[in-house]
Design a protein around this ligand. Structure first.
Ligand SMILES: [Zn+2]
Length: 459
């Protein structure tokens, strides 16, 4: 298999021009899920690209946009990798800020520019092409490979869970592998083992059915701003500790391995502060990473009431609204936390209305840092980059990863292939071509490393 691996790497290098043409073709096809523009056509194109690569591919309808599914089944008893990605893209606006049109991909200074090139078309294509090169060289892949590419990730993956549940047998696998997002700004490759969840909530306090004169009625009419601020003070203390009964009950304890991993992550107070618009971040590295990855956070994202325009308007506002997003960690559950919050509000301010689901909610998920697959994944990365990956116990943001362990019982690992400055979701989205090709090599080597680890009985 070693000799074949060398051939695979050589073929990837020799096929670079053709590879870029395929990427260009895929990026040129708009697939904006937010307004259902070109999504179906993109699914068909992707399916065709996969078939051309020798992968058994088909389109499977979901309750929303179709899923493009593909597989190479070498041996039913072999290790099975499932590559998950998404072929839909963010809307490209504002168009005037693009240096070249978003759906006319252009190569400049070693990068391809176009909407979706990094998020996520180039990254999912890396898995397809790595598989194609194995098929070309040996007529087979070292392990079984399945592909699930959804068409509504940029709209919050509303149907991914039901799709995975309905197709659990088809999707049965040993590991879900996800390449999305960018590497560390230093260019150091990263492995991400999880994500935080999110629960969006709106709190609405309505007292009088109109604004009242604060002189004539002040002291008699209740003020909804006080109602909400008292409620919020009873919800989170000044250190950030959430005071809702049972809020922390299911928070998974941080392991020694996780502590050791975050202690190893690069951290410079000043630099880190600058990326957030702060003079300096007054925190130890352990504190910082623990807080953004492994602990929940109760955030107020907006508060609206009364009058803050020019001059004065002396009123007691009739209503006040507060928007909240609670970032959850494994093994908290959005439904359970929503219930606990409802009960808390009911106890402290029963007149406040709680509206759940202002933002799409997502469950948290975290793969154990002691999971045996991390070794072969890291080995594949090391083989291509010549350096060890940074291992993040979790990302801070929210992704639909929880569906894999919950619906399939399968662990997930994220290995981003894009550059940190890929400008995903922004104008001039781009993918560094050297990163793209390294991604293809990494996926190709990963199939080999997983097969070898299986042979050795390590996974
Ligand atoms: Zn995205």
């Amino acid at each position: 298999m070693h000799e074949q691996l060398d051939h695979v790497h050589q073929n990837i290098e020799q096929g670079e021009d053709e590879t870029l043409q395929i990427l260009q073709r895929l990026v040129a096809q708009p697939s904006i899920s937010a307004r259902n523009e070109g999504v179906r056509e993109c699914a068909e194109l992707l399916c065709e690209i996969m078939r051309d690569a020798g992968i058994k591919a088909r389109i499977i309808p979901s309750e929303g946009q179709p899923v493009v599914y593909g597989e190479i089944m070498t041996d039913p008893n072999a290790y099975t990798l499932l590559c998950y990605g998404h072929y839909d893209v963010q809307p490209p606006e504002p168009l005037e800020e693009w240096e070249s049109p978003p759906f006319e991909p252009e190569i400049r200074d070693g990068r391809m520019y176009g909407r979706g090139v990094g998020d996520n078309k180039g990254q999912l294509l890396a898995h397809i092409l790595a598989t194609a090169h194995w098929l070309e060289v040996s007529g087979d892949t070292p392990i079984n490979v399945k592909f699930v590419f959804e068409g509504e990730e940029e709209s919050g993956s509303p149907n991914l869970r039901s799709f995975v549940r309905d197709n659990a047998e088809l999707l049965r696998s040993d590991l879900v592998y996800i390449s999305d997002g960018g590497m560390h700004p230093s260019g150091n490759p990263t492995v991400s083992l999880g994500n935080r969840g999110i629960l969006g909530v709106s709190l609405l306090a309505e007292e009088a059915d109109r604004d009242n004169h604060s002189g004539n009625k002040g002291g008699a009419v209740p003020n909804p701003v006080w109602t909400l601020t008292h409620l919020l003070s009873a919800t989170v203390d000044p250190t950030g500790e959430v005071l809702i009964d049972g809020f922390y009950d299911d928070v998974r304890p941080i392991t020694e391995t996780e502590e050791a991993l975050i202690a190893d992550l690069p951290f410079d107070r000043r630099e880190m502060g600058a990326t957030m618009g702060l003079q300096e971040l007054n925190m130890t590295p352990g504190e910082y990473y623990r807080r953004i990855m492994l602990q929940p956070y109760f955030n107020i994202s907006g508060f609206s009431s009364g009058y803050v325009g020019p001059g004065a308007k002396t009123i007691i506002p009739g209503q006040a609204e507060c928007r909240i997003d609670i970032r959850l960690v494994a093994d908290q559950e959005t439904a359970d936390i929503a219930d606990k919050l409802q009960a808390h509000v009911h106890r402290h301010a029963p007149q406040v209305r709680v509206k759940v689901g202002q933002v799409g909610s997502m469950e948290p998920s975290r793969t154990s840092p002691d999971h045996p697959t991390i070794a072969p994944v890291s080995q594949a990365i090391r083989g291509v980059h010549g350096t060890d990956p940074l291992i993040l116990p979790s990302g801070g943001g929210s992704l639909p990863n929880a569906v894999w362990p919950q619906e399939l019982g399968t662990a997930h690992i994220g290995v981003p292939y894009a550059n940190a400055d890929e400008h995903n979701h922004s104008p001039n989205e781009n993918l560094r071509l050297d990163y793209f090709f390294r991604g293809i090599h990494t996926s190709a080597l990963l199939l080999f490393e997983l097969a070898r680890a299986r042979q050795r009985g390590q996974i």
